[in-house]
Design a protein around this ligand. Structure first.
Ligand SMILES: *Cc1c(COP(=O)(O)O)cnc(C)c1O
Length: 355
């Protein structure tokens, strides 16, 4: 049976990427070697790495004064690595708290400077994006989580400010066009919208590096990875390879603008049904709803297991909500086709008809 994978992460990737990655494991481009056994300094891998970087640059329109790095340690490492690298002890950074991922970033950054939370949606269990806040002009940067994977909220527009934005884009990078020039650092764990778990994309503006005045352990210093072109030590070879294949696929379908149109169509289809269907309701205020992760609940929680059962029968997997929200979460990353969303909508409609 065809599976419709709504998992939040690790998550769906294009079928053709799976096929190419499998081929690369057996025999990389006719080399007679597996991508898993070649040196990270071989011309094959240097070429893969170069392609991955070039594709990120092309697809996101990254200006020349930014570095593109593929690191390890997940987005969670960037929670502290960002502050460690660009925030001096006597400097201040401001944060927006839109749920668990940003809360974790705040907690880690507090080790390295003065952290001020200027906006939070905690009062309503993170069901909206805070909009009413002042950004102090003496802050070094403003950190935000562009899409909260757990609560299903997403910044539809980024704050207008002269200070650089530092952004965790783990769950919506490459889902739409962004103006990279507004950002000092963009980071994203690969496993939501770019590739398999194991690498983290970091895009960092050149002038921010080396400014903290701090003695940073070599492997945690962006400068190390910039100087060595992400090859200071063995990089996550396979995740970079598969990310490159996914980016190639993305470019092939028309890049982020085409992805944004697909994502808009999927999100509209699902949110329309959540609103129409008498059994369900959305969790997030309409204007802040995520196009990547839709969160919704049953008005009567007693139907929860029955609905999950109906989903499973239709090949729909990964829709159980995060424990902090309950209900359901349907993640509709770039690789998901509209017909998977339509399949979920159909189950919701049949479920309603049976009650
Ligand atoms: C999944 C996720 C993370 C955690 O990423 P890891 O790579 O597991 O550390 C951080 N932020 C956001 C927004 C996420 O969705």
């Amino acid at each position: 049976m065809k599976k419709h994978n709504f998992s939040a992460g690790p998550s769906i990737l294009p079928q053709e990427v799976f096929a190419k990655a499998a081929q690369g494991v057996l025999d990389l481009d006719g080399s007679g070697l597996s991508v898993l056994e070649i040196s990270h300094r071989s011309k094959e891998f240097v070429n893969i790495h170069h392609q991955a970087k070039t594709l990120v640059k092309e697809v996101l329109n990254v200006p020349d004064n930014y570095h593109i790095l593929f690191l390890s340690g997940g987005a969670s490492t960037q929670f502290f690595m960002t502050a460690l690298n660009i925030l001096g002890d006597d400097q201040k950074a401001v944060y927006l708290d839109t749920g668990s991922w940003s809360s974790k970033a705040i907690k880690e950054a507090r080790r390295y400077g003065q952290i001020e939370v200027i906006g939070s949606s905690k009062d309503k269990n993170y069901t909206y994006i805070p909009k009413d806040y002042e950004i102090p002009s003496d802050a070094s940067y403003l950190h935000l989580t562009s899409n909260n994977t757990i609560f299903g909220t997403q910044f539809q527009e980024f704050p207008d400010t002269d200070i650089p934005l530092v952004c965790d884009m783990s769950s919506d990078i490459f889902s739409r066009a962004v103006d990279v020039t507004k950002f000092g650092i963009i980071y994203a764990g690969a496993q939501k919208n770019m590739g398999p778990a194991g690498t983290t994309l970091v895009i960092v503006r050149d002038d921010l590096v080396g400014q903290s005045g701090r003695d940073i352990p070599t492997i945690l210093d962006y400068k190390t990875h910039i100087d060595k072109d992400s090859m200071f030590n063995t990089p996550p070879v396979f995740p970079i390879y598969v990310s490159m294949l996914t980016l190639k696929w993305l470019k092939g379908i028309g890049g982020v603008s085409a992805a944004a149109e697909r994502n808009q169509a999927k999100a509209e289809t699902l949110y329309h049904e959540i609103e129409r269907n008498s059994l369900f309701e959305g969790v997030v205020v309409p204007e802040d709803r995520s196009k990547m992760n839709a969160t919704f609940v049953l008005k009567d929680d007693n139907h929860l297991d029955a609905f999950l059962g109906a989903c499973a029968e239709a090949g729909i997997v990964g829709v159980k909500g995060h424990r902090s929200v309950g209900g359901f979460r349907a993640s509709m990353y770039n690789a998901m086709e509209l017909d998977s969303v339509t399949a979920l909508v159909q189950v919701m409609q049949e479920f309603e008809a049976k009650q």
